[in-house]
Design a protein around this ligand. Structure first.
Ligand code: ATP
Ligand code: MG
Length: 452
């Protein structure tokens, strides 16, 4: 494990700790920064726990944001770096699914005793170079295991989301879930429905952005959490596919997710790309024992969007994922004309193309059979897309060499839906033959459109 040292700490955070200590308060670095420093992993935020009340903290620094005054949290902004400073929280501070108002300021030991996992219950005082580790968190980091603080069942009862957090940290850190902690999850499942859906989404997102999403989702299933997070995935469990697939729909899905780059909409699209295979499965007429999944990409796109809206993902993400699911199922062949490739590019949109190709490639890797052939085919399409894209082609009506006003002039008509139709038709002509994207030629084409 990596050593902690005050010289390895950002000097701005050290300055915040010194200011608090100078005013007679205790201040400890806690949470992810301590855990990830010991693991030698990058981290993204600093959390301090202090004996000072939030109003007092706010008075000590020139620039603060009252992030959650009622929960005892103040963000101190020092040279652009935000540092979250939270007053010691004791029993019940997180109960009921949300951090609650805390009356009395406890001790750092009480604060640590009510954190979720031992690896998150470490506190470090860089001024005295002292690590506080009352629950064996450092040992658990060394042994790469996730364990609830003290009695895991009691911790999970204080906040059922902690069950999913345990799975999340096991998945992102690549740790095992210690037995007693794992066994404390099923008794809490009945209360999981009380957890705010945004908090569930946050944990799911962290699992998906991590290095081992397959392990994380599989742990959710084995602990019984998956039906409370994404029950639809289980419909594919044990569903046999066809000669192209080594795995059932569920396992194929997880392998596909693992094969994608860690980009949220791409990971979500991989997770949901076959979500309607169970609904659309029909025995193959030609091959006994095999299944066909007619139209699953189209119904699946709508289904995926509904699932993501339920989980309160931003609309922008829901829409992109729906598009990627809808388009994931194409069969490319070298016989496609350039026009066909351009029409596909236009339908998907320039901005989504790389994401679609990433989903497609992962889907092929995830099927376990005919992978080399599939990848060769996918790469052939990728090369053609890249070539055509370099030519900066027109893919939307906005890219046409004449605008709406000129189209109206050429047709001798005022504004009406017909103008949009004419432009769509022109785009079709240009996708077929890009050299037509020139004002003279487009006007000539409009004349033939008008007379037809
Ligand atoms: P990361 O930010 O990388 O996800 P983190 O450990 O900083 O990891 P946060 O969710 O930011 O996780 O929380 C900061 C700290 O607050 C945690 O390390 C943990 O000690 C504590 N904590 C957060 N949420 C809970 C909770 N629901 N129950 C108990 N303790 C919690
Ligand atoms: Mg954090």
């Amino acid at each position: 494990m990596e050593p902690l040292g005050r010289n390895r700490l950002d000097p701005r955070v050290l300055a915040v700790i010194e200011r608090l200590a100078g005013a007679g308060h205790e201040a400890w670095l806690v949470g992810g920064a301590v855990r990830d420093t010991l693991l030698g992993r990058p981290f993204h935020e600093y959390d301090l726990a202090t004996s000072a009340r939030a109003e007092v903290v706010a008075g000590l620094f020139p620039k603060v944001v009252a992030t959650g005054l009622q929960h005892g949290t103040v963000t101190v902004v020092t040279g652009r770096l935000p540092v979250e400073v939270t007053t010691y929280r004791g029993a019940g501070a997180y109960a009921g699914g949300q951090p609650r108002e805390v009356e009395s300021v406890g001790t750092i030991e009480e604060d640590l005793a009510h954190r979720d996992l031992t690896v998150n219950a470490l506190a470090w005082d860089p001024l005295r170079e002292r690590l506080l580790d009352p629950f064996g968190g450092a040992e658990d980091l060394r042994c790469r295991r996730i364990r609830g603080v003290g009695d895991p069942l009691a911790r999970f009862e204080e906040d059922p989301l902690r069950t999913m957090r345990a799975v999340r940290f096991a998945s992102t850190l690549g740790f095992v879930l210690e037995r007693k902690t794992r066994r404390a999850i099923p008794p809490l499942l009945g209360r999981f429905a009380q957890v705010a859906v945004e908090r569930i989404r946050h944990e799911l997102e962290k699992i998906l952005r991590g290095d081992r999403p397959r392990y994380g989702i599989e742990l959710l299933r084995r602990t019984g959490l998956l039906p409370h997070v994404l029950p639809e995935l289980l419909d594919g469990f044990g569903l046999r596919q066809n000669r192209w697939h080594r795995y059932d729909v569920y396992h194929h899905t997880l392998r596909t997710v693992d094969a994608t780059p860690a980009i949220l909409p791409v990971r979500l699209a991989a997770l949901l790309h076959d979500i309607d295979k169970p609904r659309s499965a029909a025995p193959s007429a030609k091959a006994p024992g095999e299944h066909t999944f007619y139209n699953h990409e189209n119904t699946g796109a709508a289904h995926a969007k509904a699932i993501l809206l339920r989980l309160r993902f931003p609309h922008r993400i829901c829409d992109e994922v729906a598009l990627l699911v809808r388009e994931h199922q194409f069969v490319y062949s070298d016989e496609w004309s350039d026009g066909a490739v351009r029409r596909m590019m236009a339908r998907v949109g320039k901005e989504n193309l790389d994401h679609l190709l990433a989903v497609r490639e992962a889907d092929i890797r995830g099927r376990g059979f005919y992978v080399e052939e599939g990848l060769a085919n996918a790469h052939a399409l990728e090369r053609r897309v890249r070539l055509l894209r370099e030519k900066a082609l027109a893919l939307t009506v906005r890219d046409l060499a004449i605008g709406g006003r000129e189209v109206m002039e050429a047709l001798g008509e005022g504004p009406s839906p017909r103008i949009g139709e004419a432009m769509e038709w022109l785009l079709g002509q240009v996708l077929e033959e890009p050299s037509r994207n020139d004002p003279e030629q487009l006007r000539a084409l409009l004349a033939t459109w008008k007379s037809s």
